[in-house]
Design a protein around this ligand. Structure first.
Ligand SMILES: O=C(CO)[C@H](O)[C@H](O)COP(=O)(O)O
Length: 216
C-alpha cells in the first residue's frame, strides 16, 4: 500500500469536483497538501477559505485566492481529510488540531467532501477524540471529561487548548452531544454524517467514492 499515492489520488479526484466561480473551503493535513497543487493547476476562478494558518500559507504560495472567513457566509464546497471514517459516515477529525475551524467550514458548505487514504475507514470509531478547550476553568473542564489528556502542542489559532478524549466511542451521537454540552468545550472532533456529502478514499491505484448525504 502506497499511502502517499492514495492520498494524492483522493485529493486529485476531489479537485475535479471544483468548478469555476465556486467558493471553496480548504481543510488541513497531509491529504489536503495534495489537494492544493491539484486545485492550483486547474487555474479556476475560485475564492477559498482556509481552516488553518498552515493551509492558508500553502494555498496562497500556490497562487490560490484565499480570503478571511469573515466576509462569506456560505461555501459551495469544502474538501478536507479525516482521521477515522465510520461506515455510517461519522468522522473523527482534528489530528492536526484544526477541528473547530474545520467543522465551521464544513458546516458552511453545500457539499463537504472527505478525502482519505485506505487506512482511514474503520468498522467503529474509537478514541482519541480531539477537543478544543477554553483556558478558563480548565481543571474543572478536564475533570468532567475524564479520561482526557492535554496535548503538548501550541494552542489553536483561536487560543483554545488542544486535548484528546480517550474514553470509549460506543455511540458517537451520544458522545458528541455530551461533549458539546460540557461547559468549557469549544469544539470536538466528532463530525456527524449529516455534514458529509461524500467520501473519496484512495485504495491502491483507484478511488472509492461513497455518497453519505445527497445534495441539500
Ligand atoms: O482533522 C484534521 C486536522 O485537524 C485532518 O484532516 C486529519 O487529521 C487528517 O489528516 P491527514 O490528512 O494528515 O491524515
Amino acid at each position: 500500500m502506497d499511502v502517499e499515492q492514495e492520498k494524492r489520488l483522493a485529493a486529485e479526484a476531489a479537485a475535479e469536483l471544483v468548478e469555476d466561480g465556486m467558493t471553496v473551503g480548504l481543510g488541513t493535513g497531509s491529504t489536503v497538501r495534495y489537494l492544493l497543487p491539484a486545485l492550483a493547476r486547474r487555474r479556476l476562478r475560485i475564492i477559498c477559505v482556509a481552516t488553518s494558518p498552515r493551509t492558508m500559507r500553502a494555498a496562497s504560495e500556490l497562487g490560490l485566492d484565499v480570503r478571511p472567513f469573515d466576509i462569506l457566509d456560505h461555501l459551495d464546497i469544502t474538501i478536507d481529510g479525516a482521521d477515522q471514517i465510520a461506515p455510517d459516515g461519522w468522522l473523527v477529525k482534528g489530528g492536526g488540531g484544526a477541528h473547530t475551524r474545520e467543522k465551521i467550514v464544513a458546516a458552511a458548505a453545500s457539499r463537504f467532501i472527505v478525502i482519505a487514504d485506505s487506512r482511514k475507514p474503520v468498522d467503529a470509531l474509537h478514541g482519541p477524540v480531539p477537543l478544543e478547550l477554553l483556558e478558563f476553568g480548565l481543571p474543572a473542564t478536564l475533570r468532567r471529561l475524564e479520561p482526557v489528556a492535554v496535548r503538548t502542542a501550541p494552542r489553536s489559532p483561536d487560543g483554545g487548548i488542544l486535548a484528546d478524549y480517550h474514553g470509549a466511542v460506543e455511540d458517537p451521537a451520544t458522545l458528541a452531544e455530551r461533549l458539546s454540552a460540557t461547559p468549557g468545550v469549544v469544539g470536538h472532533g466528532l463530525f456527524p454524517p449529516r455534514l458529509v456529502a461524500s467520501v473519496l478514499v484512495g485504495r491502491g491505484d483507484s478511488v472509492e467514492r461513497r455518497t453519505v448525504r445527497d445534495r441539500p
